[in-house]
Design a protein around this ligand. Structure first.
Ligand code: ATP
Ligand code: MG
Length: 429
């Protein structure tokens, strides 16, 4: 039954789980605010050429993974496999280079890659990302890395390791590519077919191949870091110094060349458990490559599904910020309109309030309230209406408080005030 089965590699986000995504989104935005990054939203699809040019036609993403189709006017369209190329396209199209620089932006997007489904690998997945345009200095590199680290630590990922490397500029890479070709030439026949093609066009890509044979053949390859020019070396030294000063621990990892073609100088990955949750780097040549003036830039993309898997594996519970404050049980027919009116008033005043729609009795309603996670419940029947009083029950402690029906809202206002007071006193730690 195709109708009741979503395409392979896609996932629904169900109502009971969505608070986790909202929590991550809220925190990512807060951290971006802290660092001075503003949100950008781009279309989900672009002209195929943008990714061929922007991501690079010798990459796995472009060679094997793109969702490309012709639209009804026969244009080649591709569902975005990543965010950076679209951000650069938008930066050029909207002349953002003419606004104050550096331009600092973040995004929260879905991405599409035709990959084999496995844990942490989907065909539609989601990324948080951040990009900076217009500044060539190493402080940008350390700022971008520290933004990603700050966010990940803030949501509880406390086992992360930052891996960094420098892949130099096109000048140092030209030299290194020759050294690398000399290294792979005797093994050329043993490389996978894709890498045979890469040997002439872009031998660096061979080091990023996922095939175990190619990985093994590349194990003793000469290190790019030994071939970078003085300028690239002093840039890398400064990035390391900045990270040291910020107290951000890192490892130098010569294996990181990154999957996308456009990187220059600093590249980095943030790893947790078996996953790379975040990858990024400097891409000083991409804006020019896509038709703009020379413009240094740096950014990262972070896989949200992988982050959630890691948080789950580590037993980190994310707070549910949109739970129900109160569920009110109407007992008897005459209570129904009274309760509906009260619930409506509470909702308008900003409380998360709910009541019965199924005509159920007391017990099943209490069970339902408990299941949907109501913080408080209240039962209103003929007695309560007559005396204009009722009891509000804390579902966690079982504690009951008697109050007038018109005081329900004040009760929650008082509750909020005391939570804030506790927070200010530091009692929430
Ligand atoms: P990998 O080496 O794991 O294939 P990549 O180098 O292709 O990753 P990037 O293009 O750097 O990944 O994307 C940034 C982040 O997006 C990755 O670090 C990962 O967290 C996430 N990501 C990439 N591809 C997928 C996918 N198919 N499913 C889920 N998350 C993904
Ligand atoms: Mg990949």
């Amino acid at each position: 039954m195709l109708i009741t089965k979503a395409p392979k590699g896609t996932e629904d986000l169900l109502p009971a789980e969505s608070y986790k995504w909202q929590y991550l989104e809220k925190n990512f935005k807060t951290v971006c605010d802290n660092f001075g990054y503003k949100e950008i939203r781009m279309p989900t699809f672009e002209h195929t050429e943008l990714f061929e040019r922007g991501v690079g036609d010798t990459t796995d993403v472009v060679e094997k993974q793109m969702y490309t189709f012709n639209d009804k006017a026969n244009r080649s369209i591709t569902l975005r496999p990543e965010g950076t190329a679209s951000v650069v396209r938008s930066f050029l199209q909207n002349s953002l280079y003419a606004q104050p620089l550096p331009a600092k932006m973040f995004y929260n997007i879905s991405c599409f890659r035709y990959e084999n489904k496995q844990k942490g690998r989907l065909r539609e997945f989601h990324q948080f990302g951040a990009e900076v345009f217009g500044a060539a200095g190493a402080t940008v590199d350390s700022e971008i890395i520290s933004l990603a680290v700050t966010f990940l630590q803030r949501v509880g990922l406390n086992d992360l390791t930052v891996h960094i490397n420098s892949i130099g500029c096109p000048e140092c890479r030209k030299k290194y590519n020759e050294v690398l070709r000399d290294f792979f030439r005797p093994k050329l026949n043993e490389l996978c077919d894709t890498c045979k093609g890469r040997f002439e066009r872009n031998p660096l890509r061979i080091l990023d191949c996922k095939s175990p044979e190619c990985q093994k053949l590349g194990e003793d390859a000469p290190r790019l870091l030994d071939y970078i020019c003085d300028d690239c070396r002093s840039h890398f030294d400064e990035v390391k110094r900045n990270l040291d000063n910020m107290g951000i621990a890192y490892e130098i990892d010569n294996g990181i060349v990154r999957g996308l073609d456009y990187y220059t100088k600093t590249v980095f990955e943030i790893i947790s458990g078996e996953f790379t949750v975040c990858g990024g780097g400097r891409y000083d040549r991409l804006v020019e490559e896509l038709g703009g003036d020379s413009m240094p830039a740096m950014g990262f993309g972070m896989g949200i599904e992988r982050l959630l898997i890691r948080l789950e594996e580590m037993g980190i519970k994310l707070p549910n910020g949109n739970g129900l404050d109160i569920y009110i049980v109407p007992l008897g027919e005459s209570a129904v309109p009274v309760v509906h009116e009260l619930v409506y008033d509470l909702r308008k005043a900003g409380l998360n309030a709910d009541t019965d729609h199924m005509g159920r009795g007391l017990k099943p309603q209490m069970k339902y309230a408990d299941k949907i996670g109501a913080a408080y419940t209240m039962v209103i029947g003929d007695n309560e209406i007559e005396q204009n009083r009722g009891e509000i029950k804390n579902m966690q402690t079982g504690e009951q408080t008697e109050l007038e029906l018109s005081e329900v809202l004040d009760f929650f206002k008082e509750l909020k005030r005391s939570v804030i007071a506790d927070f200010l006193k530091g009692d929430n730690k």
